[in-house]
Design a protein around this ligand. Structure first.
Ligand SMILES: [Zn+2]
Length: 423
């Protein structure tokens, strides 16, 4: 079976110019004794906005690997796919994030509900999870509610999985299942029954992305109750451990954290629990690299700085349109956004300082940062002009991208997992 390593990192790249810079950061982790598997992830929506094709992501990844001389495993992730759009990804992807959020809370056929409840007979009256303050009492109501909320979605995941498998062959790809883009979090108890359904459906899932409590806003830190996050994160780890041992799921099955970039306040929490239980993790990022491109262009002064100021001014006049698709994953205080003529007078370092995710810096503005995050569509609209700027400022931008992934992400989340290297 094609196997995803214990630690993996999703390096989304909207414009597909930063593969090398991203991989240089991963290489640094590897040289520091922390093997992290790079996964280039891109969703159907991103491809449509930016007018790229899945094959171009594959080419970017292969070129970066060849140029850096990376000899470890790496993957190209068809991110958030469903049955209607997966086909364009199948020939070139070897990792599929099967998104069935739209199938939650849909009725499943009665005979499947009956079969699910019968299959849960193995649990007896209670499930006690070792090492956890969590005992689940199995009742008819609980099983009905689990079937109502999740069975139809897992059945759809099964259809998509088998559709991919029919072309690629059994075991020839990594499968992740995601339900994260919804309002209501899934609890560790939900996770247990979801995994039971997934196992009974014969899906060899290697990563699973639930919706966690709290806000995972784009490009900024986690907002929520750290203690509750920590408790549920640990329970999810233990539930997955139980499911692997009892349901016959792949032994490397692990949690996947979506919108995982920039969540600095939960990295130490996750690192401590992953280390305590010796578990793996997949952390998915996307817009954080695009923001480093903006920062690099700002620092380049001249045409690069003019262009990012122009993007901001246009975005400011198209706020509603740009923010609407991201309403659930941004929290922007519009009164805290600089007026375009104010930002228009900033120097390169001033523009970069407002944008760069360094919370201690008084110039840092998380509202501005989230807003620029959703403005990538405008850079895509500029087409070849923006692409040329990325090419002409390749070194400066690349150093921003590399520093962001290495210093602010890999060093904080993965390095504490190595003995004696507590960050
Ligand atoms: Zn997601």
């Amino acid at each position: 079976m094609m196997k995803l390593g214990k630690y993996s990192f999703g390096i989304g790249d909207r414009f597909e110019h930063q593969g090398e810079a991203q991989l240089r950061a991963i290489m640094k982790a590897s040289q520091a004794g922390m093997p992290v598997t790079p996964v280039w992830n891109k969703s159907n929506r991103e491809h449509n906005y930016v007018h790229t094709e899945p094959v171009t992501t594959r080419k970017e990844a292969d070129a970066a690997v060849a140029s850096i001389g990376w000899t470890g495993p790496y993957f190209v992730d068809a991110d958030h796919i469903n049955l209607s759009n997966v086909d364009r990804f199948i020939p070139v992807s070897d990792f599929f994030t099967i998104d069935v959020a739209a199938w939650l809370n849909k009725p499943a056929p009665t005979e499947s509900v009956v079969a699910f409840k019968q299959a849960c007979g193995i649990f007896g009256e209670t499930i006690a999870l070792p090492g956890l303050d969590l005992e689940i009492r199995i009742t008819d109501e609980l099983l009905d509610s689990m079937a109502e909320r999740f069975l139809s979605a897992v059945q759809e995941a099964g259809r998509i999985y088998r559709h991919i498998e029919a072309t690629k062959g059994p075991g020839a790809f990594v499968a992740e299942i995601s339900f994260d883009e919804v309002a209501v979090p899934q609890t560790p108890v939900d996770m247990l029954f979801i995994l039971k359904m997934v196992a009974d459906m014969g899906i060899a899932v290697q990563a699973i992305a639930p919706k966690f409590p709290g806000r995972f806003n784009k490009g900024v830190d986690y907002e929520g109750d750290l203690e509750q996050f920590s408790k549920e994160f640990e329970q999810h780890l233990m539930v997955i451990d139980y499911a692997v041992r009892n349901f016959g799921l792949p032994e490397n099955l692990k949690l996947s954290i979506h919108s995982g970039s920039d969540k600095f306040s939960i990295y130490p929490v996750m690192a401590q629990l992953l280390k305590k239980h010796d578990k793996g993790i997949h952390l998915k990022t996307a817009g954080t690299t695009w923001l480093e491109e903006v920062i690099g262009l700002a620092l380049s002064e001249g045409e690069g700085l003019d262009t990012v100021k122009e993007i901001y001014a246009i975005a400011f006049s198209r706020k509603e349109e740009l923010c609407a698709p991201y309403a659930d994953v941004i929290d922007i205080d519009e009164s805290a956004l600089p007026a375009p003529d104010v930002a228009g007078n900033w120097t390169g370092p001033e523009f970069a300082g407002a944008l760069r995710h360094i919370p201690e810096n008084p110039a840092y503005n998380p509202n501005f940062r989230q807003f620029m995050h959703v403005a990538y569509k405008l850079a895509a609209e500029m087409g070849p002009r923006f692409q040329a700027l990325l090419r002409n400022n390749r070194e400066l931008i690349g150093s921003c991208v590399e520093e962001n992934i290495w210093e602010r992400h890999l060093m904080r989340l993965f390095l504490p997992l190595i003995e004696g290297k507590e960050a």
